[in-house]
Write a protein that binds this ligand. Structure first.
Ligand code: GRF
Length: 199
């Protein structure tokens, strides 16, 4: 399974996926391309250092459809079959999702369906929840709303700030995303409505 990873920033989840693939923790997966919409994304250099092919497709001057079309074209040129969003800060339209139906994964730093959207860790602290965590899910047309593949729980303490909570959740993200990738590459699951059932 040739995997394309879309990033916009630091790329720590991208590295966690790449490391897992290299160490054989996601059998059958191969990182074919790391693509960013931002040329300054730190993750690009970190991917190149590991010998992974990278690409930049900037939004500037393009319509949303034009930009997505270009991203799809670049992913296809690298033979990508499965797309992992890893801190990619753009919503994908149905056109993109049609190209990779059921083959787009995302990671979100909360226990969905709680706290979708931006600043999930701040939302969790401000809401006063005692537990938060991360979710890896299939992407559909809704915001952070597709079928859930895996979740990991993190305790929220009284002294937590959005930043301390984010750091603790991030450690769990780095374990959860490779685990979800391994499951998807194994093909040992079925999506029944909203539920991802292991088979
Ligand atoms: C992570 O917290 C991820 O859950 C969210 O964006 C952040 C990306 O971090 N979608 P990184 O670029 O993978 O380090």
């Amino acid at each position: 399974m040739r995997v394309g990873i879309l990033i916009s920033g630091r790329g720590s989840n991208m590295l966690a996926l790449a490391d897992a693939v290299r160490e054989g923790r996601a059998p059958g997966a191969q990182v074919a391309l790391v693509l960013s919409d931002k040329p300054q994304a730190a993750g690009l250099e970190r991917a190149s250092e590991r010998g992974i092919e990278t690409a930049v497709v900037e939004r500037r001057g393009l319509t949303r459809e034009g930009h997505e079309g270009e991203v799809v074209r670049r992913l296809r040129a690298s033979g990508v079959e499965l797309v992992c969003l890893a801190g990619y800060m753009r919503l994908l339209s149905p056109c993109f999702l049609d190209e990779f139906r059921g083959r787009v994964l995302n990671i979100h730093p909360s226990l969905l369906p709680a706290f979708p959207g931006l600043d999930a860790q701040r939302q969790a602290v401000e809401h006063g929840v005692r537990f938060s965590g991360c979710t890896v899910h299939f992407v559909d047309e809704t915001l952070d709303g597709g079928p859930i593949i895996t979740q990991r729980v993190v305790h929220v303490s009284d002294s937590d700030t959005p930043d301390t909570l984010a750091a603790r959740i991030l450690r769990e993200e780095h374990a959860a995303y490779p685990e979800a990738l391994a499951l998807v590459c194994s093909g040992r699951y079925e999506v029944l409505g909203r539920r991802v059932v292991r088979s």
